[in-house]
Design a protein around this ligand. Structure first.
Ligand code: SF4
Length: 372
């Protein structure tokens, strides 16, 4: 399926999964994306659309959400970002941070434009607004969806999303989505639907049932560990599972799946740029990553420029140069990072090797140097 593991460029493990691979993380697609990156394209963008999210108040929410922020990108500006992205070889768009995208009035314009430009979209949603009409519009745009389902047990799920009665609404919507045949057309071995679940002391007991549901319905399960970030910091010790508990949970999950659990390599972390809802291109000051959550810590986001003042290409180049500067600091950090449900199907040292090789190759091609 992939070339020899001796070649650091092919360190994406071949996968086997009983649920189907979540399409935007299919290692074959990711390999093609990384190849494009080395050859001069900027193929991955992580875009935040709006801070609006007022139907949930999740115990682990890591973002400042509620109403839309002032100065958010307009639809016209967001479409302009997408067109620039496409002209730079853009292939994969991740809308997976900040608020609830289905509450953002400009979302469908963004998705329609992405479809027109042949950019694959992965959209994270809390599922509250998956009405029949929205589902059919999402389908027309061929959006891949990551659905938040922390538990199939309404009471537990309500506690986690901080809103009584909302879990039932989400679960009803998910069932309707599945009955609508949303996955029709997904090639064998792939799925356009994933389920995101944060493992905590509240829901751990019922996660194997959720995974069983995923297997039955071809939903790729994305089990995340609690981040010590955002709201979760207030009750981290009460909610977080310790390593022994996580390992036991992993074993239970694997016995349902009947194969080892693998988290995907999200290309957004290693080659993407992150444009937030106000048009700022942000990176984590410590790691240089555009998506810092995967280190399970509070990111220290800093803006390196705004899309209203700089071209997307210039911002991508800046991101790459900063990553080059951060590489030596990241080695010990990545080597020590070993989450139980963690990602990529590769060891942390392989992550570093691949990430380092990609960053250096790209920087050399672009003539980028570490600042003195
Ligand atoms: S985690 Fe997502 S759904 Fe929950 S409050 Fe935060 S933005 Fe809203």
């Amino acid at each position: 399926m992939v070339a020899s593991r001796a070649d650091p460029r092919s360190e994406l493990s071949p996968w086997h999964t009983s649920t189907g691979l979540y399409r935007p993380w299919n290692p074959l697609l990711v390999e093609a994306v990384l190849r494009d990156y080395r050859e001069g394209a900027w193929p991955v963008l992580y875009l935040e659309t709006s801070a609006i999210c007022n139907a949930c108040s999740c115990v682990y929410c890591d973002s400042q959400v509620g109403e839309a922020d002032e100065g958010e990108l307009t639809a016209k500006e967001a479409l302009d970002v997408l067109r620039q992205f496409s002209s730079l070889g853009g292939r994969l768009l991740f809308i997976c941070g900040l608020g609830e995208p289905l509450q953002d009035p400009k979302l469908f314009e963004i998705l329609a434009e992405a479809r027109k430009l042949d950019i694959m979209v992965s959209l994270f949603t809390n599922g509250v607004f998956l009405s029949e009409q929205n589902v059919s519009r999402l389908r027309e745009c061929d959006a891949n969806l990551l659905l938040k389902i922390d538990s199939l047990e309404s009471e537990t799920f309500d506690r986690m999303i901080g809103r009584d009665g909302t879990a039932d609404r989400i679960l009803r919507n998910v069932r309707r989505l599945l009955e609508s045949g949303y996955q029709r057309g997904s090639p064998p071995g792939e799925t356009n639907l994933g389920v995101s679940c944060v493992a905590t002391s509240l829901n751990a007991r019922r996660i194997p049932d959720l995974v069983e549901f995923c297997v039955r319905h071809r939903l790729f399960p994305v089990i995340g560990e609690l981040e010590s970030a955002g709201k979760a910091k207030e009750h981290y010790h009460e909610l977080a599972l310790d390593r022994v508990e996580l390992l036991a949970l992993r074993r239970e999950v694997e016995s349902v799946l009947k194969h080892p659990y693998q988290r995907p390599l999200c290309p957004s972390v290693i080659v993407g740029a992150h444009v937030n809802n106000r048009g700022d291109c942000v990176i984590d000051a410590g790691s240089g990553f555009p998506c810092a959550w995967f280190l399970l810590e509070e990111p220290d986001y800093v803006s390196i420029g705004n899309i209203r003042e700089a071209s997307l290409e210039r911002l991508f180049r800046q991101v790459c140069r900063i990553r080059l500067e951060k590489l030596p600091d990241m080695q010990p950090k990545l080597a020590a990072h070993a989450p139980v449900f963690g990602g990529g199907g590769v060891a942390a040292s392989d992550w570093y090797e691949l990430y380092g090789e990609l960053t250096r190759t790209k920087a050399e091609k672009e003539g980028l140097h570490v600042r003195e």
